[in-house]
Design a protein around this ligand. Structure first.
Ligand code: ATP
Ligand code: MG
Length: 338
C-alpha cells in the first residue's frame, strides 16, 4: 500500500509555483489513485509560526488555504485534509525525533543558512523553531507512514533529512518502526519569481508582484506578467543561465500544459523564436489564465462556505489523528515510553 503525504504552509494564498510544483500533483495523485493508496494533505500551521505571524492574519490564511485546497480539486472523501495543529501527534513525534536528530546536520540545511544569513551576528534573535523546522517536517511525514512525498525542488534536502531521521531511529532501536519516504519532485520543480528570476516564487516574499496567486483576476495576471523582469536581448531563446527571466516565462508556458506538447523547453522556444517579448508575455498570460481559471471561481465559492470548511477540517483532523496513532504507539513502545 502507498501513502502519499504532503503539506503547504498557510502563509498566504498559494501561487503558481505552489500549483505547478506541488498542488497539481496532489490532485493528479488523488484522482489516479488505486484503492490501496491513502492520501494525506496538511496545512502546516505549526511550520508557519517559525516566523512571526499576526494571529488574525494567520487565522484568515488558514481558512483561505483550506478553501484553496478544495478549489484545486482535492476531495475530502478521497484525501485526508487537515490543519497540522489539530493533530498533536505531529508535535509529539517531533520531540521524540529531536532527541535523535543531529544539530550539525540541521545547521547545514540550505533554508536555515539562507534565512539566517542576514542575522549572523544576532543568534539571540534566531528562533529554535526555525532551526528545528526540518525535524517537525520529518515528523509530519513519518507519523503518517508516508511512502511518497510530492514536493517542489526546494524541499528535496528536507526530505533527505527525513529519510536520515527514519533510518537513524530504526537503527538506534533495532527495528523497522519508521518508513523512509521517497521524494516525488514534479517536472515544474522550481518556478521563479517574476521580479527576481534568480529566486524561487514564494508566498512570503514582500513584493506581491513577484508571484501569481491562484486567486488573481485575469487583469492582475496580465499586469504581473507584463511587468515580469526579462532582458533586452532580441528574440526568444531558452537559456536559464544567461536569460533567467525569459526562460522562467518559457518554463511557465511549458508546464502549464499538464502534458506538454513539446519534448522540451528548447523545442517550445524554437517555435516562439520570432515573437517579441510583448507577444511572448501576452501568450504566457493567456495560458496561465486558462490554466487557473477554474480554480478562482471554485475558490470564491468555498471561501463563503464557513460551515463546510469547519466540517472538512474537523473530519480531516479526526482521520489524521487515527492515521498517526499507529506510528505513535510503535515509536513510544520502541523508545520505552510505553
Ligand atoms: P513560504 O515563502 O511561506 O515558504 P512557499 O511559496 O515556499 O511559501 P510552501 O508552503 O513553503 O510555499 O511550500 C508548499 C509546496 O510548494 C512545497 O512542496 C514546495 O516545494 C512547493 N513550492 C514552493 N515554491 C515553489 C516554486 N517556486 N516552484 C515550485 N514549487 C514550489
Ligand atoms: Mg517555502
Amino acid at each position: 500500500p502507498r501513502t502519499i503525504f504532503s503539506g503547504i504552509q498557510p502563509t498566504g494564498v498559494p501561487h503558481l509555483g505552489n500549483y505547478l510544483g506541488a498542488l497539481r500533483q496532489w490532485v493528479t495523485l488523488q484522482d489516479g489513485a488505486p484503492r490501496n493508496t491513502s492520501l494525506v494533505y496538511s496545512l502546516v500551521d505549526l511550520h508557519a509560526i517559525t516566523v512571526r505571524q499576526d494571529p488574525k492574519q494567520l487565522r484568515q490564511w488558514k481558512k483561505e488555504s483550506l478553501a484553496m485546497l478544495l478549489a484545486i480539486g482535492l476531495d475530502p472523501n478521497k484525501s485526508i485534509i487537515f490543519h497540522q495543529s489539530d493533530v498533536p501527534a505531529h508535535a509529539e513525534l517531533m520531540w521524540i525525533l529531536s532527541c535523535q536528530a543531529s544539530t550539525g546536520y540541521l545547521g547545514r540545511m540550505t533554508q536555515w543558512k539562507d534565512k539566517t544569513a542576514n542575522e549572523k551576528d544576532s543568534s539571540e534573535k534566531l528562533k529554535l523553531g526555525l532551526f528545528s523546522y526540518p525535524v517537525l517536517q520529518a515528523a509530519d511525514i513519518l507519523v503518517h507512514r508516508a511512502t511518497h512525498v510530492p514536493v517542489g525542488h526546494d524541499q528535496a534536502q528536507h526530505l533527505e533529512f527525513a529519510r536520515e531521521v527514519a533510518n537513524g531511529f530504526n537503527h538506534t532501536f533495532g527495528r523497522d518502526v519508521l518508513i523512509p519516504p521517497e521524494t516525488m519532485i514534479s517536472p515544474a520543480r522550481r518556478v521563479m519569481s517574476l521580479r527576481d528570476p534568480m529566486a524561487k516564487m514564494s508566498k512570503s516574499h514582500p513584493d506581491p508582484n513577484s508571484r501569481i496567486l491562484l486567486a488573481d483576476s485575469e487583469e492582475t495576471i496580465r499586469r504581473k506578467i507584463k511587468a515580469a523582469v526579462t532582458d533586452s536581448v532580441d528574440g526568444i531563446t531558452y537559456d536559464p543561465e544567461d536569460r533567467p527571466g525569459v526562460s522562467n516565462l518559457i518554463d511557465i508556458l511549458y508546464h502549464c500544459d499538464a502534458h506538454p506538447a513539446y519534448p522540451s523547453q528548447d523545442e517550445l522556444a524554437k517555435d516562439l523564436a520570432g515573437l517579441s517579448m510583448r507577444a511572448l508575455k501576452d501568450r504566457v498570460a493567456e495560458t496561465v489564465q486558462t490554466t487557473i481559471k477554474h480554480i478562482r471561481a471554485s475558490y470564491a465559492h468555498f471561501l463563503n462556505e464557513n460551515d463546510d470548511l469547519d466540517k472538512v477540517a474537523a473530519q480531516g483532523a479526526e482521520k489524521a489523528a487515527k492515521s498517526a496513532a499507529t506510528t505513535m504507539k510503535a515509536v513510544k513502545s520502541a523508545v520505552g515510553l510505553i
